[in-house]
Design a protein around this ligand. Structure first.
Ligand SMILES: *Cc1c(COP(=O)(O)O)cnc(C)c1O
Length: 285
């Protein structure tokens, strides 16, 4: 790990992401350098750094997943042409349509789709049919894991499907995910009973609008300590277990406390308009 003040932020690359994307992830920097990330991150203002910054976490550059839900294929292609590769969607039907769009297929050959919404068992086969599906971030039961495992097996892909286990860290009824206490067993199930799946991390949404003056978001802390627990119980190296947490309003904070995968929609693509989406069957979440 670095011990100095840390490198300056990436200079804009000629082929880098558009301005709005450049605001997004920066390398996580260790706590012990003056002037590191966090003196005044984005609009968040000064943060109580010493209490926030975790010790001994893997020094990884977080992945930006650009969440394109409700946005047209043109916007995906535009971001792709500026260097963005990872995109996220939370409705299976919308993902299937967008990922199968002939323009995206021909102009975005390296696109990596992340599914980040609630997955119902009757939609598993449809999800598995999505071209360039890279990761399923929302495995929230062992039954769902089994379904996805057998569906992926039937597809006969040479690679395993990367999956994360989703945890309901905030305990809100409106949020999907496993209760924290069931997480380690679900991860163990994926690793030992689902040979077509590759367990890559834990995902959470957490409480939205947490007041950072009260300290770090406790839901993110729950995900961090769950990773610790999972790694100890299952003897996994910590750098092999990603943490997907942080959205438009809280990604800076999430990165500071150790997120490796942020899912950002409106900050990149603008506010979503659901007014013309009243076509039934598309309940959020
Ligand atoms: C929509 C969505 C996001 C992105 O939300 P923004 O606030 O627009 O950044 C992230 N994660 C999940 C699971 C989502 O459904």
């Amino acid at each position: 790990m670095e011990t100095g003040p840390g490198p300056p932020r990436d200079p804009p690359r000629p082929n880098g992401p558009p301005v709005s994307l450049r605001r997004v992830p920066r390398p996580w920097q260790p706590a012990n350098g003056a002037g590191g990330l966090g003196d005044n991150v984005g609009g968040l203002g000064p943060l109580p750094l010493t209490s926030l910054l975790p010790q001994g976490l893997p020094d990884v550059q977080p992945r930006l997943v650009a969440v394109s839900k409700t946005k047209p294929a043109e916007m995906v292609m535009d971001a792709y042409s500026h260097g963005q590769r990872s995109f996220g969607e939370n409705y299976v039907q919308e993902l299937l349509e967008k990922a199968s769009d002939s323009r995206i297929l021909s102009s975005c050959p390296e696109i990596k789709w992340h599914f980040i919404g609630h997955l119902q068992k009757n939609n598993v086969n449809k999800l598995i049919a999505v071209p360039n599906l890279f990761m399923l971030e929302t495995v929230d039961s062992v039954k769902l894991a089994d379904r996805v495992n057998s569906s992926w097996q039937k597809k006969g892909s040479p690679q395993r499907l990367k999956v994360m286990v989703q945890v309901n860290t905030s305990g809100e009824d409106s949020k999907h995910g496993l209760p924290p206490r069931d997480t380690a067993a679900a991860v163990e199930h994926v690793i030992n009973k689902c040979p077509s799946l590759e367990f890559v991390g834990l995902m959470t949404i957490g409480s939205v609008g947490h007041d950072l003056s009260k300290g770090p978001n406790p839901d993110f802390q729950v995900l961090l300590s769950l990773r610790q627990e999972v790694c100890e119980k299952l003897n996994l190296p910590i750098e092999k277990v990603e943490l997907s947490m942080g959205m438009s309003t809280d990604f800076q904070h999430a990165i500071e406390v150790g997120s490796t995968n942020v899912r950002i929609g409106s900050t990149i693509f603008g506010e979503r308009d659901y007014s013309n989406k009243a076509d039934g069957g598309k309940a959020p979440g």
